[in-house]
Design a protein. Sequence first.
Length: 196
Amino acid sequence: MRAELLTSGRARFPLAERLRSPAGAPLGEVFSFLSGLYFRGKLTYARAFARPPAALEPGVLVITPHAGLFPADAPVTAADLRAAARVDIDVKNRRYRRPLEATAETVASLAGPACSVVLLGSVASPKYVDVLSAIFGDRLWFPIDFVGRGDMSRGGLMLRCARETLELEYVPVASAVSRHGPRPPKLPKLPRPTSV
């Protein structure tokens, strides 16, 4: 529904107009609009804590359905978004898997053997982990606090951590005893800001 709103020729809000323009709009902004809190949390957190080698600056990459790993600040158009929507995110789908493998191999080569990669996507499902683990091996890490949390809880957690400049603890995906677990307690509500 949000994708149709964003790509509609009748939409007049700034992001939709930029997406329809030849120059496009930044991928991170587009995905934040489409996914809401969860992706906004990932993007804000990644921008706050990414420390990539110079060859991978700025170092925040997004997994796309049709083009593999793509820089969050790279422009995309409405045509790109429609192309992505036609590809099912499934490890058995070559149209999804092959671009992800190719771009991950490029990242692994540019990053070098001493650089770890932090996955802020779902680690409970094979759709990302199976492909990325095969390429990055024990250099693929994830926040241990993700275990048992749903998308919205992870998004809220990452926004709070970025706001408080508190980086999460990471563990290697390959050595994690479990990427599934009981649901942790809900995050406490943030106090409302007061106005004077």
